[in-house]
Design a protein around this ligand. Structure first.
Ligand code: GLU
Length: 315
């Protein structure tokens, strides 16, 4: 039995009041970060915005601010492509990608050469590009397949690839092109780099809201979720993905995030972060100003406040 005192789903915790309080408090951190500008289209987003959503494992939802605003999920898409790639490839995926934090920027090339073209984990760009390669290899329309997969998980057919963001990253994605070419040269890309990158830029350009994100990730919090129950090892799959999120989901800031928040989570340079409290809830936050690690400033602050005010104990 879980301790009711530490369970935010317990009747005595007013989750709406918690979200309202956070929305009042976090604006003090506006101006401490910068909107991502290396993808020109993301630079157009107005910086001082905030939204947050929570979904408990019993299906109750609470939202505040711009929780229904569709934003560019960027690297959060890597969580969904990993789930899909595991469905397609099973254990074989782990012969091509490791499961260790990298301690490097998300788009670093450094480790790839010295580690024989095997990326450290599926959430840094090199790992995510290999994940995308496995989906591209086994699909006639890989980007469409990912788009549908995500829309099915969230239950929102409006979750779509934003073609303007795709084109914008394609124009300036020199580092990702270098990573894909190095992977190909080192024998860890089966499709053509250009095809894999096309699909990668597209899934990064998916738009979702905080509400969509808490719905799409509920299978990671609720092991009885129908979607995972169809898998051969539902508990193991969720446990493994949550472990990767906890150790690799926020790049080289993952240690501090675990220290301050302690939840498995995935961030994206669009300003979103989604986090999972197994057996309790999923929570998503969006605010476009990023710190030097590429993670939302208000997003991290809001999540730290959320686990504190709800006394969520996951670790
Ligand atoms: N599409 C972005 C890139 O590859 C994703 C990075 C992120 O969201 O962290 O640079």
């Amino acid at each position: 039995m879980r301790d009711a005192q530490t369970t935010p789903c317990a009747p005595q915790t007013d989750l709406q009041a918690v979200l309202d309080r956070i929305a009042q408090e976090v604006p003090e951190a506006y101006g401490q970060g910068h909107v991502a500008d290396y993808i020109p289209e993301l630079k157009r987003v107005s910086p001082q915005q905030f939204g947050m959503a929570v979904r408990t494992v019993t299906g109750e939802e609470f939202v505040v601010g711009a929780a229904d605003h569709q934003f560019s999920i960027q690297s959060i898409s890597k969580l969904f492509t990993l789930i899909l790639a595991l469905e397609i490839n099973g254990e074989e995926l782990w012969t091509r990608i490791n499961r260790e934090p990298s301690g490097m920027r998300f788009n670093s090339l450094l480790l790839l050469e010295s580690e024989n073209g095997i990326p450290r984990n599926p959430f840094i760009n090199a790992g995510a590009i290999v994940v995308t390669d496995t989906i591209t290899e086994h699909s006639s329309g890989p980007a469409k397949r990912i788009e549908q997969f995500i829309a099915n998980l969230s239950g929102n057919p409006l979750n779509r690839i934003d073609e303007r963001v795709t084109a914008s990253e394609k124009k300036t994605g020199y580092l990702n092109a270098a990573i894909a070419n190095l992977l190909k040269a080192m024998g860890n890309l089966r499709c053509e780099p250009e095809d894999v990158l096309n699909c990668y830029f597209k899934h990064c350009a998916m738009t979702m809201s905080c509400r969509d994100l808490v719905r799409a990730t509920q299978c990671l919090a609720n092991r009885e979720d129908a979607w995972f129950q169809r898998k051969p090892y539902p508990h193991q799959t969720a446990r493994r993905i949550n472990a990767l999120l906890l150790t690799c989901g926020l790049y080289d800031a993952v240690g501090n995030f675990a220290f301050n928040v302690g939840l498995p989570a995935k961030s994206g340079v669009g300003g979103g972060i989604v986090a999972v409290a197994p057996n309790q809830y999923t929570v998503a936050v969006w605010s476009p100003e990023l710190d030097d690690y590429g993670n939302s400033v208000l997003g991290q602050l809001a999540l730290e406040k959320f686990v504190t005010y709800t006394a969520s104990a996951v670790l």
